[in-house]
Design a protein around this ligand. Structure first.
Ligand SMILES: [Zn+2]
Length: 306
């Protein structure tokens, strides 16, 4: 049975903490290096429901993608929600370890898992890590499809293959445009538009896209200044969850190799903060569609209003 320090050393070899961004807060948040580990739970968010799940499971180690504290704190009082997380973890002898931007850029990393979930063939990183001589590490991935799909079909595949969320998948651009190449980036991707443009892909699948960057990307298409770019916006949590399965499989393999006998689990609890989605029930003012009273129920799997 391995000690926490041995398991953490294995995780640090997969996602070296020094490769995290300077603003990030990765590594072990709590836990005794000498405690023994038999059961590990992977999840995206270190929120209370996940910690409760770890307690019920009898986990000794919780590994999350998102940090608990990104900035410093002066209190872990149980009257604060993050402090409550720390208290519950320590009372139950559960360690918490975070692999965030060091897992994003790893090979394989968060966007490899996302591409794998969608059956996309990874060609290269979207933003290569200049420190990596193999050219395989970096942020986001540029991918090819074995068979071209329309944007609508690719969105339907993402909706089917990624865990279900209230948001589903939003599309910007022409839903009927053909996609042969797509950039993917798990988590918030709207700082990557320049790299996506430079990659010359047909589509970009990420999360947390905002009005102005999305609007500009589509406007540049209509100006004819660049190849048409379609955007697919999924829930942040859903784009990063496939990494939990990848990471759990990686730790399983190490456990087998080392003879540790770890039991490794992936949380299926949806911790996306958005809990419901009301699609517009009436046509936009610019359309001449029948009124909502006479419209048949939408069969559009994407829940698009038009
Ligand atoms: Zn994230």
């Amino acid at each position: 049975m391995p000690r926490l320090s041995e398991v953490i050393a294995a995780l640090d070899a997969l996602w070296p903490p020094e490769r995290a961004e300077g603003w990030d807060a990765v590594g072990t948040v709590c836990g005794d290096p000498d405690q023994e580990v038999t059961r590990v739970l992977f999840a995206v968010d270190p929120v209370h429901e996940i910690v409760e799940e770890a307690v019920k499971l009898g986990a000794d180690l919780l590994v999350t993608h998102h940090p608990l504290y990104l900035r410093g704190t002066t209190t872990v009082a149980a009257s604060t929600f993050k402090g409550r997380v720390v208290h519950t973890l320590i009372k139950n002898d559960i360690a918490l370890h975070v692999a965030h931007t060091n897992a994003d850029t790893a090979d394989p990393g968060v966007s490899d898992a996302l591409a794998g979930a969608l059956d996309l063939r990874v060609v290269r990183p979207l933003v290569p890590d200049p420190a990596d001589p193999t050219g395989r590490r970096g942020l986001g991935r540029v991918c090819e499809l074995d068979q071209p799909l329309t944007v609508r079909e690719l969105a339907a595949r993402a909706a089917e293959r990624l865990p279900a969320t209230a948001q589903g998948i939003r599309i910007a651009g022409d839903p009927e445009a053909l996609v042969r190449t797509v950039a993917v980036s798990g988590g918030s991707g709207d700082s990557l538009f320049d790299d996506v443009r430079a990659a010359g892909v047909d589509a970009f699948l990420t999360a947390d896209l905002r009005h102005h960057p999305a609007s500009e990307a589509v406007a540049r298409t209509t100006e004819g200044t660049s190849t048409p770019l379609a955007l697919l916006d999924a829930a942040h949590w859903a784009t990063e969850w496939p990494w939990c399965e990848l990471a759990a499989a990686q730790l399983d393999e190490i456990s087998d190799r080392e003879g540790w006998g770890l039991r490794v689990h992936v949380s299926k609890t949806v911790t996306d903060p958005w809990t419901a989605h009301a699609a517009s029930a009436h046509p936009s003012p610019a359309t001449t569609l029948p009124t909502s009273a006479s419209r048949p129920p939408s069969s559009d799997p994407l829940g698009a209003p038009n």
